[in-house]
Ligand binder design. Sequence first.
Ligand code: UDP
Ligand code: MG
Length: 312
Amino acid sequence: MISVVIPVHNEEQSIEPLYHELAAVFAGEGLTWEVVFVDDGSTDGTFEALTRLHAANGNVRAVHFRRNFGKAAALDAGFREASGEAVVTIDGDLQDDPSEIPRLLARLDEGYDLVSGWKTNRRDPLTRRAPSKLFNAVAGKVSGVRLHDMNCGLKAYRAEVLDGMQLYGELHRYIPILAHYRGYRITEIPVNHRPREHGRSNYGVERYVRGFLDLLTVTFMGRYSHRPLHLFGGLGLGAGALGFVILLYLTIVKLTGHAIGQRPLLALGILLVVVGIQLLSLGLLSELITSHHEERMGADDRTARLADRVLR
Ligand code: UDP
Ligand code: MG
């Protein structure tokens, strides 16, 4: 079964037509499917539209948020509600084209774990397209995951990719990076994109600032969450060693009979040693937190985090 997860914020006019487009695509493919709409605190008639759709169709589920928590939180709730072996996400504004879904699913069948859409002719204003290009370039550079369109709303996943993935803030932009660090195979395919017909875009450029901060979170967590001492300890040892060498040099200078009390280098040496010790203890502290967390995880979960196949 395929689950379609759709975050919606003030999209009342798009819900019905989107459902029918999806239904036509899945009927054409002969696939069983369900759809999970997550109403992210809409202030228009979105949830009424969802209630009507739910009453009329057995495969519709809807989650209603008390207030607007953001697209990441909406996807997170949708993923927990979804029960299919494969999960497809699509924007609720009719900009993504449901007829691309079979092509995404076909790539999953080829052995990929995550297939991302790439809006080759994006139908949004230049003020959105230009920052997005920059964003993809930077995110690709920092993370090593080279996708043209990281944040495309249209994606398909093998369900296991989403187990244990926690999305909040602007993290939905980085799902491919999160999946990559956990060892999943990722690819992208060009998809059709359509202009917005109803409602209006929820995003402005200000989100990119938060987005860049979250890129730090993602790359740090992806690389070091299980071995934080390697980062902090490495920096700490570096600073400490440099400070030690400086102080050693000043000691020799002092022993040869020169005054060192006025040397700026003295302050630098002491600073580096203190900062080095601070970083090292910060690393040990994070290591302690990580290991407590790992202890609480069951044995199977720990294996499942690393392995996709086990022969027993
Ligand atoms: N969305 C949401 N919560 C928000 C903002 C957006 O659930 O706080 C949904 C929105 O309804 C749409 C999708 O996320 O289905 C993409 O949003 P939008 O079309 O506004 O973004 P754009 O396509 O302009 O990047
Ligand atoms: Mg849109």
